[in-house]
Design a protein around this ligand. Structure first.
Ligand code: ADP
Ligand code: ASP
Ligand code: MG
Length: 426
């Protein structure tokens, strides 16, 4: 009997009605003869609300207790969902991440899965139950404390369980009909992508398309788990993320679009270290300080030094949430690095164009910059990979910029409007 893993995001289980609707859908899969393992997120914006609450009682909420608090959100939805399924006459059992065997390292708030031992889940489904697992959480192998996997981590829970249970597919149910050529909340003419490679999906996810988490796609690629992203609100077919055609002909036969989509990200900030001596070891010193404070760096740009001063500026982007930490680390190291001043700007957005086809199609970069220029959008930083071009712009220009680029690459749908069924977009 085949096994499927279904993951329902917070917007799909936002209220009692949502939980009952999802329960019906899960029972349908079971009636179709599948063993069903469900991963569920916290209801609606519960996680954000818990974070706000923690901030009200303590300005430095983090670590062990913070993770204890946040995992409560998923426990609520897993138990309610199991109850809803039982009331439809089917057996269901809920499990925390720890009970489901999600073993992680000890890095609270951003733990990494190091092993999955889903013995209890396997027994539960073998006994005929539908197993419901709380997403986004695990248990540390060393400290035995409860950990969380970072925001959006339920996607990773689902793929990790799918791999460990040798599932046929990992279905990610959300509040849109699949992966679109841009965020449907910004571009109403965005088109649903029927099939996308792991490679392009990874770039979209790491450039801000939060419909799938980057780490979940990475995991799926490593274990070759096909992901089907679809809506829990409609019966439509969604987007297949895989390297295979349904007929199993493999990667070669996959028709590559030149451009897969446009992603945007407003969660980053830009820091500039002004007046850095232009000599070997300076960039190393700056980024060593940041690494020691566990600050994640994204884009890095260094200017040509002014001949008169021999000084240069180095700019980089980083998550806004790590801004304070980064600035205080650099301030402490000013004496040893020897820069003149620091600038920090959190009113920026990153816009990225992604597509494996850009490797072999000249002119993509020019069209991208022309689209931004025609929309009057100023570019502050640029970075590229083989299959992605990203720019940093003012945050207030982001929606206009995304729409302009989407149109310029002929991605606008002429017929359909993309539907957003739920969620607050938070
Ligand atoms: P869930 O609660 O199901 O985890 P998320 O809010 O994490 O849902 O992800 C779904 C959201 O991702 C959509 O509502 C949409 O606004 C956003 N999104 C961003 N980029 C894309 C994209 N390219 N395709 C589809 N959705 C996207
Ligand atoms: N509830 C967690 C969050 O909001 C995890 C998830 O939804 O994937 O980030
Ligand atoms: Mg999500």
């Amino acid at each position: 009997m085949g096994l499927v893993v279904q993951k329902y995001g917070g917007s799909s289980v936002a209220d009692a009605e949502g939980i009952k609707r999802v329960a019906k859908r899960i029972v349908e899969a079971k009636k179709n003869g599948k063993q069903v393992v469900v991963v569920v997120s916290a209801m609606g914006d519960t996680t954000d609300e818990l974070i706000d609450l923690a901030g009200e009682v303590s300005p430095v909420a983090s670590g062990r207790e913070f993770d204890m608090l946040l995992t409560a959100g998923e426990r609520i939805s897993m138990a309610l969902l199991a109850m809803a399924i039982k009331s439809l006459g089917h057996e269901a059992q809920s499990f925390t991440g720890s009970q489901a065997g999600l073993i992680t390292d000890s890095a609270h708030n951003k733990a990494r899965i190091i092993d999955v031992t889903p013995g209890r889940i396997k027994s539960s489904v073998d006994e005929g139950n539908i197993a419901i697992v709380a997403g986004f959480q695990g248990v540390s192998q060393d400290s035995k404390d409860i950990t969380t996997l970072g925001r959006g981590g339920s996607d990773t829970t689902a793929v990790a369980l799918a791999a460990a249970l040798d599932a046929e597919v990992c279905e990610i149910y959300t509040d849109v009909d699949g992966v679109f050529t841009a965020d449907p909340r910004v571009v109403s003419k965005a088109q649903k992508i029927d099939r996308i490679s792991f490679e392009d999906m990874l770039e979209l996810a790491s450039s801000g398309s939060k419909v799938l988490l980057h780490r979940c796609v990475e995991y799926a690629r490593r274990y070759n788990i096909p992901i089907h992203v679809r809506s829990s609100f409609s019966g439509l077919k969604g987007t297949w993320v895989s390297n295979e055609q349904p007929d199993g002909q493999g990667e070669e036969s996959m028709e590559q679009a030149i451009i897969s989509g446009v992603a945007h990200d407003t969660s980053e900030a830009k820091a500039t270290v002004v007046g850095v001596p232009d000599k070997p070891g300076e960039a190393a010193a700056i980024f060593r300080v940041l690494a020691d404070f566990e600050v994640n760096i994204d884009m890095v740009v260094q200017n040509v030094s002014a001949a008169s001063t021999g000084l240069t500026d180095i700019s980089f982007t980083l998550p806004k949430s790590e801004g304070k930490k980064a600035i205080s680390a650099l301030e402490k190291a000013q004496g040893s690095i020897g820069y003149v001043s620091l600038r920090y700007d959190d009113q920026i957005a990153k816009i990225s164009l992604v597509g494996a086809g850009m490797k072999t199609n000249p002119g993509v970069t020019a069209t991208f910059f022309e689209a931004l220029s025609n929309a009057g959008v100023n570019i502050e930083l640029i970075s590229t990979s083989e299959i992605r071009i990203s720019v940093v712009t003012r945050e207030e220009a982001v929606n206009e910029a995304v729409r302009a680029v989407h149109t310029a690459f002929g991605l606008d749908s002429e017929t359909d409007e993309a539907v957003v069924y739920g969620g607050s977009g938070r």
